[in-house]
Design a protein around this ligand. Structure first.
Ligand SMILES: [Zn+2]
Ligand SMILES: [Zn+2]
Length: 498
């Protein structure tokens, strides 16, 4: 922190201390006092007051960049460093960071907001601004009301002056607070009043308790994870609506704080199926400890060729029938057209129909089900793609045989190196799945769960297209099925959109 300008009123000052011996004594005395930082104050509000109190411009101090880029206020070391620097209570400094309540640390259930630390535009509470205060809570993506006053939030704006976005947003905050609070940035009655509002809020403690529970629940689920589905669209990050919807299913939102939310997201159903310890032991004792996904993908593929198909195949055909019945005579306005390696959606005249080599959304959904859970090699594949399936199958069959999950049939031709030999006509039927293995039922259930989730997602996607959305970039949830270790076995969890 370098400050070159003379100190101005008020005179309530602290000497800046630093834990870095090389930078010791570089800092002049500045206008700041213990208590000038208010609980849950935003970085913007803090910077605005800091620069106004000291009569300095944005480039003349480095507090913001320290807070934004180099420190994590949820870490003990960094929050302590800043607390010492500003002569503030460490818990208070930590409250400036909303990491713990913006769901960023909710592990795999987290929601990632763009530019989290310093938002480029800000929401604010008019009543708070009259107290010369702006809270980090006002900038949370999900919040629509001030947790202290319950007033709907307003949109702030950047300063129209020059500078980069950080500078313009801090200057915008200065202009707002100066316009709404006659004593700002000086200390006064307003500091006492805002402290009273914060301390008497019933909503904030309730929210903090809930977010703590959500955090623990998501931490536990993430820590015990064995596998999470990527489903057919391979997405990993959750949108806000899907993230908040899932978090509220982990821990119900107390009715007191419901009004604070802009949007409580999607409603989900949760299904949990538990498996006994023998299933877990079998899975964990496989030679080479293969990843669950490796076994599961193979299982789905080989199931298309088994003499007695597993039960999930019935579910697949049912799902395809549902799509076919809903489709009826094709009147679709979109066609997935292939152009070399890529394919893209093109709007078409429904009277002309879809070209025989292309697919309408329903045809695409039915094909997707076939590719993931049916007979992938029965779809239109290039010779190269067919060869790849073939090579992968031979390679993986050898592993599955070694794990005891697959037996080669009597007429299978096996080379001395353990790899299958054969022709397209007989190679896929050279293997029999070991249905006696305790993990067979688990694999079938996971496949059934996947088909359930896929069908719901496809129906939502088709609803969206019929309502006028484009087929690309439609917001569908990811990772809806999760396999976890438990104290007595395994737990298979399925989130289904209602
Ligand atoms: Zn307020
Ligand atoms: Zn169609």
């Amino acid at each position: 922190m370098k400050i070159n300008t003379p100190v101005r009123e008020p005179k309530a000052m602290v000497r800046i201390a630093t834990t870095d011996p090389l930078r010791k004594n570089q800092y002049p005395r500045i206008n700041w006092w213990s208590g000038a930082l208010r609980p849950f104050e935003s970085v913007l509000s803090f910077c605005a007051r800091f620069q106004a109190l000291n009569g300095i411009s944005f480039e003349q101090y480095e507090v913001l960049s320290d807070l934004e880029k180099n420190t994590s206020l949820s870490s003990d070391y960094d929050s302590n460093k800043i607390a010492v620097l500003l002569n503030q209570d460490q818990d208070l400094v930590r409250s400036v960071s909303v990491d713990l309540i913006d769901f960023f640390y909710c592990h795999e259930f987290r929601y990632i907001q763009d530019s989290r630390r310093l938002v480029r535009t800000f929401s604010y509470c008019k009543q708070c601004s009259q107290h010369g205060y702006h809270s980090a809570l006002h900038s949370l993506p999900w919040i629509s009301k001030c947790p202290f006053h319950l007033t709907p939030l307003s949109d702030g704006s950047f300063s129209t002056g020059g500078g980069n976005l950080d500078e313009r947003s801090v200057n915008g905050m200065c202009e707002l607070l100066r316009a709404n609070c006659s004593t700002w940035p000086r200390p006064g009655q307003v500091d006492t009043e805002i402290s009273r509002c914060i301390n008497s809020s019933k909503h904030l403690p309730s929210f903090l308790r809930w977010s703590k529970k959500v955090y623990s629940a998501s931490e536990k689920l993430s820590a015990t994870k064995i596998w999470v589905s990527e489903e057919f669209d391979g997405r990993k990050e959750l949108s806000y609506r899907h993230a908040i919807g899932r978090l509220k299913l982990l821990c119900g939102v107390p009715s007191l704080i419901e009004p604070l939310f802009e949007d409580l997201g999607e409603d989900w159903d949760l299904t949990i199926k538990n498996f006994q310890a023998d299933v877990r032991n079998e899975l964990h004792s496989l030679k080479d400890k293969p990843h669950f996904d490796y076994i599961f993908t193979y299982y789905k593929f080989i199931s298309g060729y088994l003499k007695s198909p597993p039960p999930f195949k019935k579910k697949l055909r049912l799902a395809q029938d549902i799509l076919n019945n809903r489709h009826g005579k094709c009147r679709c306005e979109w066609s997935l057209q292939n152009a070399g390696w890529v394919s893209h959606w093109v709007r078409i005249d429904p009277r002309m129909g879809v070209h025989v080599y292309d697919r309408c959304p329903y045809g695409h959904a039915i094909d997707t089900l076939e590719r993931e859970w049916g007979h992938p090699d029965m779809l239109r594949l290039t010779p190269r793609a067919k060869q790849k399936l073939w090579d992968t199958f031979i390679h993986q069959s050898r592993d599955m045989n070694a794990y005891g999950l697959v037996e080669y049939s009597q007429n299978a031709k096996v080379a001395p190196d353990g790899y299958l030999r054969g022709t397209y006509n007989n190679i896929y039927s050279s293997c029999e799945w070991n249905t006696l293995s305790p993990i067979t039922e688990l694999l079938n259930t996971v496949a059934e769960f996947e088909i359930d989730v896929a069908l719901i997602k496809m129906m939502k996607w088709l609803d969206g297209i019929e309502q006028g959305h484009e087929p690309e970039n439609y917001d569908l949830p990811a990772g809806c099925i999760r396999l976890c270790d438990t104290d007595d076995g395994l737990s298979l969890i399925k989130w289904s959109l209602k």
